[in-house]
Write a protein that binds this ligand. Sequence first.
Ligand SMILES: Cc1cc2nc3c(=O)[nH]c(=O)nc-3n(C[C@H](O)[C@H](O)[C@H](O)COP(=O)(O)OP(=O)(O)OC[C@H]3O[C@@H](n4cnc5c(N)ncnc54)[C@H](O)[C@@H]3O)c2cc1C
Ligand SMILES: NC(=O)c1ccc[n+]([C@@H]2O[C@H](COP(=O)([O-])OP(=O)(O)OC[C@H]3O[C@@H](n4cnc5c(N)ncnc54)[C@H](O)[C@@H]3O)[C@@H](O)[C@H]2O)c1
Length: 413
Amino acid sequence: MIESKEQTCVVIGASHAGVNFAFSLRKEGWQGKIILFDADPHLPYHRPPLSKAFLTSEAGIANYLLKPEQSYQNESIELQLGKSVTSINRDLKVISLSDGHIQSYDKLVFATGARALVPNIVGLSAGAHVCYLRTAADVLKIKEAYGLSKSKKVLIIGGGYIGLEIAASLKKLGASVVILERERRILSRVTSPEMSAYFYNLHTQNGVEVYANKQVVSVETLEETKQVTCQDGSEYLADLIIVGVGVRVNFELAESIGLEIENGIKVNEFAQTSDSDIYATGDCTNHFNPHYGRYVRLESVQNAVDQGKVAAAAISGKWQAYDSIPWFWSDQYDTKLQIVGLADGYDDLIMREDDNQKRSVWYFKAEKLLSVDAINNAKAYVIGTKVIKENKHINKNVLSDISIPLNYDLLTS
Ligand SMILES: Cc1cc2nc3c(=O)[nH]c(=O)nc-3n(C[C@H](O)[C@H](O)[C@H](O)COP(=O)(O)OP(=O)(O)OC[C@H]3O[C@@H](n4cnc5c(N)ncnc54)[C@H](O)[C@@H]3O)c2cc1C
Ligand SMILES: NC(=O)c1ccc[n+]([C@@H]2O[C@H](COP(=O)([O-])OP(=O)(O)OC[C@H]3O[C@@H](n4cnc5c(N)ncnc54)[C@H](O)[C@@H]3O)[C@@H](O)[C@H]2O)c1
């Protein structure tokens, strides 16, 4: 079904999910208007480099754009940047903006993503020496604060991907870095104890001090230094604090108009919300994943891109259910981690060390391969992806035998 030229599709959020959705919708043949609104004033940019290359390089954010500016004009996609959507009237089908303007819509898409979680820590107000990392502006603030800091002592609260990637990047710049993680191990939300141990070793070998079981409870400003105190009474001094303790989903606007909310904006397999004219895509959604037989909320570029395509197809009358296998990556020092699938609920794992650099961890539940973590090992990632997609059975004896090279046919025969 191709919509008429009079129809308008409004997208709230112009990051990975919103932008990829908009271009996909045009590709599907939508003839009407497409308008993208975003509170962020910058042309839409890639977020992954924010904690990696952009943090360490001199290059401006213009080097990390999702699409060249001209391509929005070429596809007649209107960008309204630096504008927040503040309310929505579902009966009248209009949205209101922070600048007082209103805009009508025929189809509305939430691509509102997530924001950095602000923890409840006494004395931790976001001043010049307390930074978060979610936007390009956040990185510019970190760069400035780091440049001004005297002893280059950086303390990171949170040992998730953000904390670890920032640590690796700042180490490159010569910083002295301490990571304080509340849980018993770093990366506990996202991976196994085996992988946490690998990354703990990687960071300590690179000179980062990593401490687990450290819940930060207060921060005190002592002239130009910050003193951080943990629940166990231990204290740390730093010039700069960077907080990376997870995200909060931007679902409040969707909730305010009565859309179904459950760990994010709940969508069906076509990225459609509980209102048939309103869709949602990316980090802000909770969707049913047929491979894993449950609802999942993912925080990844892959999900933002693929779900956007599904929403665009559905609005164009092509009901293709979303059934991508999740994948993620992280770059720290010279280590490239690639993850395929979701390991939650695994009951068995096999670790392979093909050589000192190349490793992989294979997660199973009742003999079914759920996920693979591949460290500098593209082959393991590719084979794991194929096995999960095809729902093949793996011969664990072959997988465990390091003298047998990784090979799809040998593993699945
Ligand atoms: C530093 C960093 C590094 C990362 N590295 C990786 C990586 O290596 N690999 C990976 O897979 N993922 C990575 N991620 C995660 C990935 O960036 C996110 O999963 C992805 O950005 C999600 O895209 P999104 O469009 O759904 O949401 P977001 O990128 O969060 O974008 C949502 C947009 O909506 C806008 N918005 C929200 N509410 C409103 C409103 N009311 N009005 C107007 N605009 C609004 C926001 O301003 C924002 O621009 C990283 C994230 C960060 C922060
Ligand atoms: N390579 C990647 O995929 C990548 C890289 C960077 C960021 N991201 C995304 O960015 C978002 C934010 O990442 P994140 O690392 O902040 O989230 P996270 O939830 O993965 O990790 C946050 C960590 O902070 C810890 N923590 C929470 N409160 C604490 C406290 N008071 N004191 C000490 N530690 C505390 C948690 O235990 C957890 O380990 C996520 O969506 C993530 O997926 C992804």
